[in-house]
Design a protein around this ligand. Structure first.
Ligand code: CO
Length: 138
């Protein structure tokens, strides 16, 4: 079912400071910050040769990552994102196997313009997993 590791997402309390660390210490190439109000985050992408790192900073009231920062002061690893080629088929198969999908179970548009879903971390031993539909290019 699963394909490539699309990204690893890290929540940070100070995006600007985090960008400086990644840039100056690791020589990372950073995207411009992108505000995603519907997800309650501002995101910066870092391309590495085999995947992407995303730095997430809370945006607005009630950001889903604000609660994460209350428990993980300063920030920490938030989720991994795996690619699937058909998100609705993957969702239905997972539900059939007893996995729980967060929210209303309908895909939302993610940071890369593709449909995404999140699975309940309780079903994956504490790790939050995002699924992103990346259609095979023909
Ligand atoms: Co993500």
């Amino acid at each position: 079912m699963i394909g490539k590791l699309n990204h690893v997402a890290l929540v940070v309390s100070d995006l600007e400071a985090a960008c400086k660390s990644w840039q100056h210490m690791l020589g990372a190439q950073l995207s411009e910050p992108q505000a995603l109000p519907e997800h309650g985050v501002t995101v910066v992408f870092i391309d590495v040769p085999n995947t992407r790192i995303e730095l997430l900073e809370p945006l607005g009231d009630g950001s889903p990552v604000s609660r994460f920062l209350e428990k993980h002061v300063g920030g920490g690893m938030h989720h991994i994102c795996l690619e699937v080629d058909d998100i609705l088929r993957a969702r239905d198969e997972l539900i059939g196997k007893g996995a729980r999908i967060l929210g209303d179970g309908e895909p939302k548009t993610g940071a890369h313009g593709n449909p995404v879903l999140f699975m309940h971390p309780g079903d994956f031993h504490g790790t939050l997993i995002e699924l992103e539909e990346v259609r095979p290019t023909t």
